[in-house]
Design a binder for this molecule. Structure first.
Ligand code: FPP
Length: 252
């Protein structure tokens, strides 16, 4: 697909100097409900405010040197919420994907989705497929949206495919090692996250990228997602730059 000439301009964004930030940031966007409740509004009001934050965060990635951004939009456990909230979220995703995510094409952002699409409605899946196709050649920022995603579910689905390859004779059990399973995960084309952020003061990982985050750095911050800002992301990236990542080895 030919590139929009605007992409070349966008690619010139200078990154922050003298700063060794994360290449892949993953975010658990939590606190929308509490943000809305604090304003006496329904929970969906918070989700809409949260959706507006996503654009700002994606747009500041090039300046911060973030090449991959992965956001947790809906978990395999979120179906347990009320029917009104689930239906409202699905309608928000449809609208958001057809407007906002499509618009990100002009900014050379590649959009992908991870998670199990089987339970999602056909119209939503069609929009997801379309935006993935439209942005297929983009490479300024790789935005991955986790939708009906759960890490255990992902590992189970991956294992099923791996087992099928063994049964079909494409893979020998003796050749399975820790490089094998990641090739079957939804994230197979992505590098592992360097930094995982969770907003809203909860210090848990809630079934998000469990395999992939084995050596990630974590930040649990009090800010509710609709209040999160580019400035806060910059602060967290700067703090990441000061960490000594040893990956199990001894400090130099
Ligand atoms: C968690 O907050 C948030 C969600 C389950 C939904 C996340 C969705 C968005 C930020 C909006 C849309 C995103 C895209 C990509 C369109 P919560 O409801 O659990 O908040 P609470 O813990 O305060 O109740």
């Amino acid at each position: 697909m030919p590139k929009d000439p605007a992409h070349d301009l966008a690619d010139d964004t200078p990154t922050l100097a003298g700063f060794d930030g994360p290449a892949h940031v993953a975010i658990i966007m939590d606190g929308n409900g509490r943000w809305a409740q604090a304003r006496g509004r329904p929970r969906l009001f918070g989700h809409h405010a949260g959706a507006r934050r996503v654009r700002e965060v994606v747009e500041c990635c090039p300046r911060l040197g973030i090449k991959y951004l992965t956001i947790f939009a809906f978990s395999t456990e979120n179906w347990k919420r009320t029917q009104v909230e689930v239906a409202g979220l699905m309608s928000l995703f449809r609208r958001y994907i057809s407007r906002e995510l499509r618009a990100l094409n002009a900014e050379n952002v590649r959009v992908r989705f991870i998670g199990d699409r089987v339970r999602l409605d056909a119209k939503l899946v069609q929009l997801m497929d379309e935006v993935e196709e439209i942005t297929r050649c983009n490479d300024r920022v790789h935005l991955t949206v986790a939708l009906n995603y759960g890490s255990r579910d992902e590992v189970a689905r991956a294992t099923k495919r791996l087992a099928q390859d063994v049964a079909d004779g494409h893979l020998k059990p003796a050749d399975v090692d820790e490089e094998t399973l990641p090739r079957y995960l939804d994230t197979r084309v992505l590098p592992d996250p360097d930094l995982v952020i969770r907003t809203s003061g909860e210090a848990r990982i809630s079934n998000f990228l469990l395999w992939q985050s084995a050596y990630a750095e974590y930040e649990f911050i009090d800010t509710l997602w609709p209040d999160f800002s580019a400035a806060e992301l910059e602060r967290l990236c700067r703090s990441f730059g000061t960490r000594d990542r040893r990956f199990g080895a001894v400090a130099k």
